[in-house]
Design a protein around this ligand. Structure first.
Ligand code: ADP
Length: 152
């Protein structure tokens, strides 16, 4: 059976940290679906269309990576696309505590699912989308934290 992993997140915007996790995961899974959450309650900085477009550009030459938008429960999306794995990145112990409960609850509601965590590489540990947004809000240069395809 094909090993399909869903990498869910806001990707507001995609960073070099996200990119690194995906590039490492293509060696583990047959296919990665980067699933961009379309959550109306969450206020996003960039539009869903823009966030999807950037990810498509970054992985334009990688057949094993596709991009989708989704709303609702991540496990329901996984069922829909026949994915048995949820991919997440772990930076800090705070990430671990947050991920632990979500991963355990997801397993309870969909026992076939396995959440797989990749530890971030040391140089990517401090990078996250919210820091990129803060830099942009204050007129700074965030280009070193995002893939070159992401142009603000
Ligand atoms: P969410 O809104 O679910 O936190 P994000 O878009 O911030 O979504 O992140 C999606 C996934 O990418 C999460 O598993 C997160 O831990 C991981 N991630 C984010 N930044 C990094 C990074 N710098 N290094 C490794 N993983 C990261």
């Amino acid at each position: 059976m094909e090993k399909i992993a869903v990498f869910p997140g806001s990707f507001d915007p995609i960073t070099v940290g996200h990119q690194s996790i995906i590039n490492r995961a293509v060696n583990i899974f047959d296919k990665i679906i980067v699933a961009v959450g379309d959550n109306s309650e969450k206020e996003n900085f960039f539009s869903i269309e823009q966030r999807l477009k950037w990810i498509e550009l970054v992985f334009a030459n990688e057949d094993r990576v596709s991009v989708s938008r989704y709303s609702g429960l991540t496990v329901d999306f996984c069922k829909k696309v026949n994915a048995r794995f949820i991919l997440r990145g772990l930076r800090t112990s705070a990430d671990f505590e947050f991920e632990r409960s979500i991963g355990q609850v997801n397993k309870q509601i969909y026992p076939e699912i396995e959440t797989v965590f990749l530890l971030t590489t040391p140089e990517h540990t401090p990078i996250n989308s919210s820091i990129v947004r803060d830099i942009l809000k204050h007129g700074g240069d965030a280009s070193m934290f995002v893939p070159p395809e992401v142009e603000f």
